[in-house]
Ligand binder design. Structure first.
Ligand SMILES: [Zn+2]
Length: 339
């Protein structure tokens, strides 16, 4: 079997993908219309043009405009349902899904948000056998900081109700992780995992902050760690995983091109890497495409691709028993595909 076919059909796990950033353009137009929100683009094609990112600030602007189209629990259930359907189409058996509850709070109470998402989760599992769990994130621009602590407490309270970690997202520049030390201390004291973004638009200092002040169990992106040899050494020693999102890095100009992406250097340095799609339609990609693109660009073998997939299982936040089940299922499916 050609490696492309192998990648398309293989079972997958994704650990860094945003619910709001996964809304397909057609669905976004539908939501904008039913909620009377005016977007700067009125067709799928124009939306794709609007998604061409000049910089991270434009990306945040687009992201907030997308969020403004979500006005009800039904909207959240719809996007979660479509998200899970897409997971099934890509054979992504398990995903940890970032979403930003505070953004929707003016229109939808937190518990109603989660109920809507959980409806979709349960139906999606019944229909496709696909599982997702949620990683609510805090925007780095959130003030007062007490609001972020409210989100942290709510996430922890729902740890057995579909929530698996606490994230941190939004503009890294001018918003260092240390601002949220107290917020993530609440999580740490409850033994609840932190999965912040860091080392994307800011360099090593932001990654160090995520590790030291937020107790990060994984780093969202982290690709800029290579700028600090002592950090690389630390990440190698601790094997704190990086959630690498190649096309996102190219679109947001973290790297000039896929050819110049540091992925091979991260592997050479002995770091723990997983592959992810971040905000797939916004970056004109999906997880399958990410695997295809890096394979074509860097000549990865089937063995390396399988390693990325097993890496994602290993550092997911499922129970050990769930990981073992998935590992067995994936091993069997890989064997069949390689026959
Ligand atoms: Zn992200």
């Amino acid at each position: 079997m050609h490696i492309h076919d192998f990648i398309r059909r293989m079972p997958k796990v994704e650990l860094h993908v945003h619910l709001e950033g996964s809304i397909q353009p057609a669905t976004l137009l539908h939501l904008a219309e039913r909620n009377h929100v005016s977007l700067p683009a009125q067709t799928v094609e124009d939306l794709r043009t609007w998604y061409q990112f000049s910089d991270f600030n434009h990306f945040i602007e687009v992201y907030l405009a997308i969020c403004s189209c979500i006005r009800s629990a039904d909207d959240l259930e719809l996007i979660a349902t479509e998200f899970i359907k897409d997971r099934a189409a890509q054979n992504i058996r398990y995903s940890e899904v970032i979403y930003t509850p505070f953004t929707h709070l003016p229109h939808i109470p937190l518990d109603d948000q989660l109920s809507a998402i959980n409806q979709a989760r349960q139906k999606g599992f019944a229909k496709y056998g696909v599982r997702i769990s949620m990683a609510p994130d805090i925007s780095r621009e959130m003030r007062p900081i007490e609001d972020s602590q409210m989100i942290a407490r709510w996430a922890i309270k729902n740890r057995d109700n579909g929530i698996s970690s606490l994230g941190l997202g939004g503009p890294e520049v001018d918003n260092p992780p240390e601002l949220f030390t107290e917020t993530f201390k609440i999580a740490r004291e409850a033994g609840f995992p932190a999965t912040p973004h860091a080392g994307e638009t800011m360099g090593p200092v932001s990654i160090w902050g995520a590790i030291r002040s937020l107790n990060a169990v994984r780093i969202g992106h982290g690709v800029r760690c290579l700028e600090d040899a002592s950090l690389v050494e630390y990440l190698k020693k601790t094997q704190i995983p990086l959630e690498v999102c190649p096309s996102s890095n190219v679109c947001l100009k973290v790297v000039p091109s896929l050819a110049e992406h540091p992925l091979p250097r991260l592997l050479e340095a002995g770091l723990f890497v997983t592959i992810n799609s971040d905000d797939p339609p916004m970056f004109n990609t999906d997880l399958t495409q990410e695997y295809l693109r890096i394979t074509d660009q860097f000549n990865f073998s089937v063995t390396q691709i399988k390693q990325f997939v097993f890496n994602a299982i290993q550092v997911s936040l499922q129970s050990e028993a769930e990981k073992q089940v998935l590992k067995k299922e994936f091993t069997d499916q890989f064997d069949i595909l390689q026959k």
